[in-house]
Design a protein around this ligand. Structure first.
Ligand SMILES: NC(=O)c1ccc[n+]([C@@H]2O[C@H](COP(=O)([O-])OP(=O)(O)OC[C@H]3O[C@@H](n4cnc5c(N)ncnc54)[C@H](OP(=O)(O)O)[C@@H]3O)[C@@H](O)[C@H]2O)c1
Length: 264
């Protein structure tokens, strides 16, 4: 069973890295394409898998095909590969805004299409992916796809109407978290902490807090209250964050992310 990636950039590399780390596929069972010699060489060096300049070769040699180019290149790539896509092949799309219907129109209604939205923490085995499929994909095949997605993190099968929300809360969200970590570290640096140490403190605080949410099953507000001692330091920081619209800034940012995803 071979898995192929058309476009081997950030997201494909994160997924391939995760798959290889988990040992779900061997290097010889994964192939990908890049459009230039230079990119091809870099991908080969980075991942140690077979890279070709020929997208059709990826389609022909793989049973599961991942479309991992930017959404703006989807039409061009689908036009190029349409004739070599086989019935029975599982097509995984990872682009925001490209609905199952949109993909069916271009590839054929009889094709097996899975729409997924992963995120880059896949690279360290902590990805979070939302997935939905058309009716041609059997339960067994969806299980197989989820096994691949689970190899680099966690997966939730969701109705397609939630996929734009998945883009905002998962696909794009690492960027907001990195921004938050960077901001916290900058503040610590301004207090005299060495930068690398500041990143370690900030990142570990985010990691530990996320673990508490996932493992305790408690409401995040409840966990926040646990940190806020009466008359203490934390409630002062929380008060200031609320005053400056932190919560609303996050919600509004995710709203525009959803809108962008819907209109890609
Ligand atoms: N990055 C994320 O965090 C993230 C998260 C979830 C989903 N996604 C989705 O994943 C997809 C890929 O995103 P990305 O961030 O990985 O982008 P990326 O780093 O730009 O990777 C895309 C790769 O596709 C190559 N490419 C462009 N045109 C091609 C063609 N005609 N044939 C074959 N390869 C081609 C690009 O090469 P050149 O650089 O030479 O153009 C690049 O290597 C997008 O649809 C994106 O929305 C990304």
């Amino acid at each position: 069973m071979k898995i192929g990636f058309i476009g081997c950039g950030n997201m494909a590399s994160a997924m391939i890295g995760g798959i290889l780390n988990k040992g779900l596929y061997k290097k010889e069972e994964i192939l990908a394409s890049n459009p230039t010699e230079e990119e091809k060489r870099r991908s080969e060096e980075r991942l140690g898998i077979y890279i070709t300049l020929d997208n059709k070769e990826v389609v022909q040699k793989s049973e599961i095909l991942v479309l991992s180019v930017k959404p703006q290149f989807y039409q061009e790539v689908l036009d190029e590969i349409r004739d070599v896509v086989r019935e029975g092949q599982i097509l995984i799309s990872i682009a925001p805004g490209k609905t199952v219907g949109w993909l069916e129109e271009r590839l054929g209604k009889e094709k097996k299409i899975v729409r997924v939205m992963p995120n880059t923490p896949a690279l360290v085995g902590e990805g979070m992916t939302g997935a939905c499929a058309n009716e041609n994909v059997s339960e067994e095949e969806m299980k197989q796809v989820c096994e691949i997605l689970d190899s680099f993190g966690k997966t939730e099968v969701v109705p397609e109407r939630l996929m734009d929300a998945v883009v905002a809360v998962s696909g794009s969200s690492p960027a907001y978290v990195f921004l938050f970590i960077e901001a916290m570290a900058d503040a610590a640096v301004s207090e005299g902490m060495p930068r690398q140490q500041a990143y370690k403190f900030a990142a570990q605080a985010v990691l530990g807090s996320a673990k508490m949410v996932l493992e305790s099953g408690r409401h995040p507000g409840d966990l926040k209250d646990m940190v806020c001692s009466p008359g203490g330091t934390t409630i002062e920081a929380v008060r200031r964050l609320e005053k400056d619209g932190f919560r609303s800034a996050v919600i509004e940012a995710m709203k525009v992310c959803v809108e962008k995803s819907k209109n890609m």
